[in-house]
Design a protein around this ligand. Structure first.
Ligand SMILES: *Cc1c(COP(=O)(O)O)cnc(C)c1O
Length: 472
């Protein structure tokens, strides 16, 4: 085992010796209730065995996504009361711009309604038809916007990322050999940009190292290629660098985040994740000409360049959320809660992606249901079974999410066939995690009696959101 992983173990042992608790107390509660088993069976059937189509009222513990589901702090709620709802030039816009510049280093800032608004604009602005876009695995909306702009996505993540049991500490890293080979093969002028993401979602929330981004910067400079960052969970990535990478143990999450961004040319952001708000996002770039272009596009697609689809109060809560997300105690408890759930499952030998990532636990559905072939959607099946057992909602990240190859029209059959339990920030307690762990254990104990699914409705784009299934 490598040195960094030993530190990770030591930390776990410290947690076992002395308990720790969330760095907040609860001021307002929202009641939740569990439906009966008959009601759950009807609800999941009515939803076409797709957890995205369940009504949230029918869900007991909602781990569908960490996107826009976080609890805001009293500081964020009070910031909302200070919203300046002017159509143009809102005070909250200037505050947000200054906050993004301070925490993320980029010179120019464009607000958007959420992450995909930013992805749409940057893809359309810079990708020429037929150009390649190498990235560290893909993200659904990111790749779709790159493809819709005429780009050809190429996965250049290290091989370990596709291996659920590899305990490499930075499984989000780009493989420099794969990237160099692609550049040499296609020619640097045919690469639109290198597209990297922090704590790579589809790989199981796995981080990139600072060394990797530095090396990438040098490689991109050598070939005069731009390096763009999906900063959606970059604050969480900074936590892993602090924990695992030599030389960063005593550097703050805030400073690690800044240093990482400083090696890249631009970033887009879904503030619904790290930034602890229910809606919002942005684009930020260092190139003035590109900024001019984006600022012109934003008025067509999102809203005026001083709100980009957000209300003034949304921008106020977002700016405060940026300040809170780099707080050391916040991040330790956020990731600590994910690890708590993961360690329960590990103790029962339930197959999960390792090491445990930043925002979610990923169940390895191929190992969970070895008797269900991938064209019968094992991860989709697992998500439906978990809801049926206990009202816990998670989501599929496998064959359904991967979609079809745009050229051949065939299913993509990704190596990773996962069910993702995503933990909203500051929403659930350790008791909720115990209930979730026991529910997964119940599904695991019943695994040999479980049958797969058949897809009966398939939308053209991002099919995982709306596809419908029947039980086999
Ligand atoms: C959620 C997400 C996006 C898209 O953002 P939205 O706010 O949902 O539009 C992009 N990249 C990553 C890594 C994400 O997790």
């Amino acid at each position: 085992m490598c040195e960094q992983d030993n530190r990770f173990q030591t930390m776990g042992q410290q947690f076992q010796r002395r308990s720790w608790a969330e760095p907040w107390k609860i001021k307002m509660v929202e009641p939740i209730e569990m439906r009966t088993r008959e009601q759950r069976a009807q609800a999941i059937k009515d939803a076409g065995y797709n957890t995205f189509l369940l009504r949230s009222e029918d869900v007991y513990i909602d781990l569908l996504t960490d996107s826009g589901t976080s609890a805001m702090s009293d500081r964020q709620w009070s910031a909302m009361m200070m919203g300046d709802e002017a159509y143009a030039g809102s005070r909250n816009y200037y505050e947000l711009e200054a906050t993004v510049q301070e925490y993320y280093t980029y010179k120019y800032f464009v607000p958007t309604h959420q992450g995909r608004g930013a992805e749409h604009m940057i893809s359309q602005a810079v990708i020429k038809k037929g150009q390649y876009v190498p990235g560290n695995m893909y993200f659904t909306t990111t790749r779709l916007h790159q493809e819709m702009a005429g780009g050809i996505f190429v996965d250049v993540i290290i091989d370990e990322a596709h291996n659920t049991i590899s305990d490499h500490p930075f499984k989000g890293n780009v493989c420099l050999d794969k990237l160099t080979a692609l550049i040499k093969d296609k020619g640097a002028e045919n690469i639109a940009y290198v597209s990297i993401a922090g704590t790579v979602n589809m790989a199981g929330g796995q981080p990139m190292s600072m060394k990797n981004v530095k090396d990438l910067r040098a490689l991109c400079d050598q070939y005069n290629i731009k390096l763009y960052l999906d900063a959606t969970r970059m604050a969480e990535n900074a936590f892993f660098i602090q924990e695992r990478e030599e030389g960063y143990a005593n550097v703050s999450i805030k400073d690690i985040l800044k240093e990482f961004c400083s090696y890249t040319d631009a970033a887009w952001m879904s503030s619904k994740k790290d930034h602890l708000v229910n809606i919002g996002g942005w684009l930020a770039v260092n190139d003035e000409a590109l900024f001019e272009k984006l600022r012109n596009m934003v008025v067509i697609y999102e809203g005026l360049h001083t709100y980009g689809g957000m209300a003034g109060r949304d921008m106020a809560a977002l700016a405060q959320g940026i300040r809170e997300c780099v707080n050391e105690d916040h991040m330790a408890s956020r990731i600590g809660q994910v690890r708590y759930l993961g360690s329960l499952l590990e103790n029962w030998d339930i197959p999960i992606v390792k090491p445990i990532g930043g925002h979610a636990i990923f169940l390895d559905a191929k190992a969970f249901y070895p008797h269900i072939p991938q064209d019968q959607f094992p991860a989709q099946t697992l998500a439906a079974e978990l809801y049926l057992d206990s009202g816990v909602r998670c989501m599929e990240r496998g064959n359904v999410s991967a979609g079809r190859d745009p050229v051949t029209g065939n299913h993509r059959f990704p190596k990773l066939e996962l069910a993702r339990l995503t933990i909203p920030r500051r929403v659930y307690t350790q008791a909720h995690m115990d209930v979730v762990g026991e529910a997964i254990k119940a599904c695991f104990d019943n695994r040999n009696n479980t049958k797969g699914l058949k897809m009966v409705y398939e939308p053209e784009y991002l099919r995982f959101f709306q596809a419908r299934f029947e039980s086999l």
